[in-house]
Design a protein around this ligand. Structure first.
Ligand code: ATP
Ligand code: MG
Length: 267
């Protein structure tokens, strides 16, 4: 496959970004010959890794701290420069397990801003994604990583929302920010945790009124709730799970868009 596609999954806190990213990963992992990279870009937890049942030994932040320590007493700016150039370290932090390749950002320690960590994340995404056909980035909630141009250039910006007007307002704000700070070919809205067809129709209508393009809806799925309660990975979802089926449909829709990835025959 010639292209490297980057898909950023953004949206308001708790909307289901990580679940949607994980379900997409489960669908795409089985596509033969497709090299898939997952980036857990949430600085507060490595939730994506956890729900996929993957163990993260080393995060990007661990590497950054380690390199800074080894670099000794160099001046701060130089240290950050050093970290940026050490691309090969990235491979050390790549978790390869259960058919997934995943890089977790990790949590920057101490007070102060996340800028150096976010900058490294951006460089890591841009460097590593070249070796994969599709990279899915599970972003931090809200606008920060878009503001900071962490996802500076992506093919698809997927915004996840719950079926509420507040969720749509956040999606609208993300669109506005992304318009200024991110190069993206296309943005699509995924409405998650939909409880009925009627609810889906209403919220799709509201989204379209503000010209948000709806890629698809994902139902509230008690299979996910059950696994959540038991602390089991989402990979244990049955293939008949409505949420998994809905995400598969969304992947097929993405695939039908010209110049996107060409894997239609494999679904
Ligand atoms: N379709 C669904 N059906 C049932 N439960 C869901 C569904 N989508 C998400 N959830 C549950 O909602 C909660 C929040 O989901 P998730 O962690 O994916 O959100 P998030 O947007 O990534 O949150 P954060 O902003 O904290 O990163 C989780 O407990 C998850 O299992
Ligand atoms: Mg999350």
């Amino acid at each position: 496959m010639a292209n490297s596609f980057i898909i950023a999954v953004a949206g308001k806190g708790g909307a289901g970004k990580t679940v949607i990213a994980a379900l997409m990963a489960m669908v795409l992992k089985d596509v033969s010959g497709l090299r898939l990279l997952l980036i857990d870009g949430d600085p507060s937890t490595s939730h994506l890794a956890r729900i996929l049942g993957l163990k993260v030994e080393r995060t990007l932040e661990d590497l950054r701290k380690n390199v800074i320590k080894v670099a000794g007493e160099e001046d701060e700016e130089e240290k950050e420069e050093m970290v940026k150039t050490l691309d090969y370290y990235l491979l050390e932090a790549l978790v390869e397990d259960k058919g997934f390749n995943l890089l977790a950002m990790g949590t920057p320690e101490g007070p102060g801003c996340f800028c150096p960590a976010n900058t490294l994340l951006r460089d890591a995404i841009e460097t590593l994604s070249k070796n994969f056909d599709i990279t899915i980035v599970d972003c931090e909630a809200g606008l920060e990583q878009i503001n900071r141009k962490v996802v500076r250039s992506v093919n698809k910006l997927l915004v996840v929302t719950d079926p509420t007007l507040r969720g749509l307002q956040t999606a609208d704000a993300i669109r506005e920010t992304a318009y200024k700070y991110t190069h993206y070919q296309e943005m699509g809205l995924i409405i998650n945790r939909v409880r009925s067809q009627g609810e889906a129709r209403k919220i799709i209508k509201r989204a379209e009124e503000i010209s948000l393009r709806v890629l698809g809806t994902v139902p509230e799925d008690e299979n996910i709730t059950k696994l959540d309660t038991l602390g089991k990975p989402i990979t244990e979802l049955p293939s008949s799970a409505p949420s998994l089926k809905a995400v598969k449909k969304i992947c097929e829709k993405l695939n039908s868009i010209p110049f996107f990835w060409d894997i239609s025959h494999t679904f």
